[in-house]
Write a protein that binds this ligand. Structure first.
Ligand SMILES: O=C(O)c1cc(=O)[nH]c(=O)n1[C@@H]1O[C@H](COP(=O)(O)O)[C@@H](O)[C@H]1O
Length: 276
């Protein structure tokens, strides 16, 4: 039987630590690494990150936009990054933040979560702001193929709160409702469900029920100002489910692979001390 994403992620977090490293080939990072701002630069950059880290971190998260900005050649690089990272043992979370009406969401599901697609990843990020049910085809396709989805609940950027903290007639915030839907999708799954939420490490989770029986992707550590220490304060008893996601503050240590490894190991070690 095919393993579930929740099972694979749970195992990877125990074996490799909970860190997720973002592959975000910003133009400024390409320049800093002495690479051209084109598809060949993105390929050298991403290959270096994969070779340095895919054998040791639980999850690599390529940000699709940084590949898309180089057109079809950038997407071809993304396809190779997915294949190489997975064959080196990392889980790949495609950061595409897709969302649309359900019939179109099925096409995104076919692109990112169906093994017949060259972009198929272990999981994809999705925006529920066309209504959580519009994401159903993504969730069903993920579960049918042993893959996962990370649904945005509270994003790390300060602008997010005007939408995500708005309250409905039942007095619940939009983000609380998203967390409720994800909790329902993961009900009964063990050791944890395959549907995660994104909850920024930069936020205050006071009064928020984070028990979703699934992973909590926590971007915002490093370049956006949160520290590993803040994670304990934000997530409290939910820490064992937290997957801190870090891009620039690790990528900025490159291009030497040993320096990338050093930067990732140092954060991973700090994170592992939180869960004790
Ligand atoms: O889904 C995400 O990964 C994400 C959600 C969120 O709320 N905030 C957020 O920063 N991200 C992504 O996480 C990464 C953060 O990068 P750094 O700030 O460089 O660590 C970027 O790829 C963002 O697109």
């Amino acid at each position: 039987m095919v393993s579930t994403f929740g099972e694979r992620l749970h195992g990877a977090m125990r074996e490799r630590g909970a860190l997720c490293v973002g592959i975000d080939p910003h133009a400024s990072l390409l320049q800093q690494w002495g690479l051209p701002d084109d598809a060949s630069g993105v390929e050298r950059f991403s290959r270096t990150v994969v070779e340095a880290l895919a054998g040791e971190v639980a999850v690599l998260k390529p940000q699709s936009a940084f590949f898309e900005r180089h057109g079809s050649r950038g997407i071809a690089v993304l396809e190779r990054v997915i294949a190489e990272a997975r064959s080196a043992g990392a889980l790949v979370l495609m950061d595409a933040k897709r969302g649309d009406i359900g019939s179109t969401v099925q096409a995104y599901a076919d692109a990112y979560l169906n093994p017949s697609s060259p972009l198929c990843s272990d999981a994809v990020t999705a925006s529920p702001y066309l209504g959580f049910e519009s994401l159903r085809p993504l969730i069903d396709t993920a579960l049918a193929h042993g893959n996962g989805v990370f649904v945005l609940a509270r994003t790390s950027n300060p602008e997010g709160s005007e939408v995500q903290n708005a309250h409905g007639p039942d007095g619940r915030s939009v983000a609380d409702t998203v967390l409720d839907h994800v909790r329902a999708a993961n009900a009964g799954a063990a050791p944890m469900g395959s549907i995660g939420c994104v909850f920024g490490a930069t936020l205050d989770a006071e009064g928020v029920d984070l028990r979703i029986n699934g992973p909590l992707l926590a971007p915002g550590v490093g370049a956006q100002g949160a520290s590993v220490g803040d994670l304990a304060e934000v997530f409290g008893p939910a820490i064992p489910l937290v997957l801190p996601s870090v891009s620039r503050s690790i990528l900025g240590a490159g291009p030497d692979p040993a320096d990338l490894q050093k930067a990732a190991r140092s954060i991973n070690d700090e994170v592992s001390k939180l869960s004790i």
